[in-house]
Design a protein around this ligand. Structure first.
Ligand code: NAP
Length: 459
């Protein structure tokens, strides 16, 4: 580093990027830092704004901590700037000492079963983007099915199941965009089928989120008692000692008891959520090009935490199907990409080429580094690891030809990129809060990209 100021570019303004900036600003060091945070969307916060369900205000509240970092004066924010189009790797090398990519994982992992591409079959990420008002997805969503399937036993499957099965009016106090409320209001769903390929003790849900599913108004939780009577040494010896598993078992036991009481009293809610465990998806049944059902094979425990096939098949009728089997990262221009895992290949955050050779000056953090697992808080320790490497590598940082801070806005201006700033984000934020206040709601999100940009830029 030739000057006493280190200039760092961070690409991706979700929690991972913002935590990395925060940690660097507070790290023990003998030089000044200047951090520029680039984001392809006009608004910051990544999956907290566009991935967390609107009925999870507690998790959305993480935005307050992220906002404090953005407002602390240590970061310049450049929103609506696309890496690979508006700004390239060569630009970054010319202006910064290093870059950290924190672009997350926003695509759906693929499911290789026949019929998965039929009309009416969707990835969870697409649906989440719609209900969270992501500017780059269509404004309308085809909610026309009376019977719906959701594959996966993780928290994303819970999120989309809740959003599909809840009555729209119960979501009105949240920040859902108006078009989303209207779409959900017309949702004719009556039966939702949630599929796990392993058993009830193997779920990847977390207890709080599972309990919440059972508390949704006017929805009966329907359990298949066959799923609870398997001999399973692994579950008994290993999983039953896990506190989270114990709590979730108790939650499901309560649902089973409620079900027995409902049956005895002849009670029935207007919507039902059926949990199917030991059910591996094998084929989407397609009629006239559309989803008509899901064929599953019943599985059984193999004694080591996995499953074996039983050769017993069932078809559950449905008119739409969502797969919530994990997210997947997207490749970035001129940066190596592991197509198998959907991540940037790296060692503790130091990016490597596909042969395992280190690429100086290039780092990764968050889901694009480690894959789409873990809660938002885990991203902090991940960012710490990347930063420790970055600070250790001082001798191999880039030597920027043009290290002047003002060169960046000048370059974007010359390229006619309508970028947004922190002040612009505050304008948009206040605008959305104002729209919400006028209707007695917390916030109403602005969805179209050009409208977001126009408001943020005060145009
Ligand atoms: P996840 O927790 O990894 O769950 C993925 C689920 O998909 C698992 O049940 C997995 O089953 C199943 N699956 C994978 N491949 C499958 C296949 N081929 N066929 C059938 N099932 C398959 O992933 P996620 O739900 O996308 O969540 C990602 C992370 O975000 C997690 O850490 C999650 O906790 C977090 N998150 C948290 C919240 C919250 O409210 N706190 C909300 C959303 C997400 P196996 O277990 O058998 O592999």
């Amino acid at each position: 580093m030739s000057t006493s100021t280190m200039r760092l570019a961070i690409v991706g303004a979700g929690p991972a990027g913002i935590y990395a900036a925060d940690l660097l600003s507070k790290a023990e060091r003998d030089f000044e830092v200047e951090i520029d945070l680039f984001e392809q969307l006009p608004a910051p916060y990544g999956l907290v704004r566009y991935g967390v369900s609107p009925d999870h205000p507690r998790i959305k509240g993480i935005i307050n901590a992220l906002r404090d970092v953005l407002d602390s004066g240590i970061i310049r924010y450049f929103g609506n700037v696309r890496y690979g189009e508006d700004i390239t790797l060569a630009d970054l090398k010319k202006h910064y000492h290093a870059v950290i990519f924190s672009t997350g994982a926003i695509r759906d992992a693929g499911l290789d079963v026949p019929g998965i591409d039929a009309a009416g079959s969707y990835g969870a990420a697409e649906f989440v983007s719609w209900f969270d008002g992501h500017p780059d997805v269509p404004r309308t969503w085809p909610l026309e099915a009376r019977e719906v399937g959701v594959i996966g036993n993780g928290n994303v499957a819970l999120d989309i199941s809740r959003m599909l099965i809840k009555h729209a009016d119960d979501l009105l106090p949240t920040e859902i965009p108006t078009n989303v409320y209207e779409g959900l209001k017309a949702n004719p769903i009556e039966e939702l089928h949630l599929f796990g390929r392993r058993g009830p003790k193997y779920v990847k849900f977390t207890p709080l989120e599972l309990r919440e599913l059972g508390e949704v108004r006017d929805v009966d939780m329907v359990i298949d008692e066959r799923d609870f009577d398997r001999e399973d040494a692994y579950a008994d010896e290993v999983l039953s000692k896990n506190k989270q598993v114990l709590v979730m078992t108790r939650i499901m036991d309560k649902w089973r008891q409620d079900q027995r009481e409902r049956e005895a009293n002849g009670e029935r809610a207007s919507r039902r959520l059926h949990m199917h465990f030991w059910s591996k998806p094998v084929e989407v049944v397609v009629e006239d090009g559309r989803v008509a059902g899901l064929k599953i094979e019943r599985t059984a425990p193999d004694g080591n935490g996995g499953v074996i096939d039983t050769g017993e098949f069932e078809v559950i009728p449905m008119q739409s199907l969502y797969r919530a089997i994990g997210y997947f990262g997207s490749p970035l221009d001129e940066i190596p990409f592991d197509e198998q895992r959907g991540v940037i290949p790296n060692e503790q955050g130091r990016v490597q080429d596909l042969a395992g050779e280190r690429i100086p000056g290039v780092y990764a953090t968050g889901w694009i580094k480690r894959g789409p697992i873990g809660l938002i808080g885990h991203t902090k320790s991940d960012a710490m690891e990347t930063l420790e490497c970055l600070l250790e590598d001082r001798d191999s940082w880039w030597q920027p030809e043009v290290p002047q801070a003002e060169a960046i806005p000048a370059m974007l201006h010359a390229r006619e990129v309508p970028y947004t700033t922190i002040d612009g984000w505050h304008r948009l934020d206040e605008h959305e809060l104002g729209l919400g206040a006028a209707e007695g709601r917390t916030r109403i999100k602005v969805v179209p990209r050009d409208e977001m940009t126009r408001i943020a830029r005060g145009e």
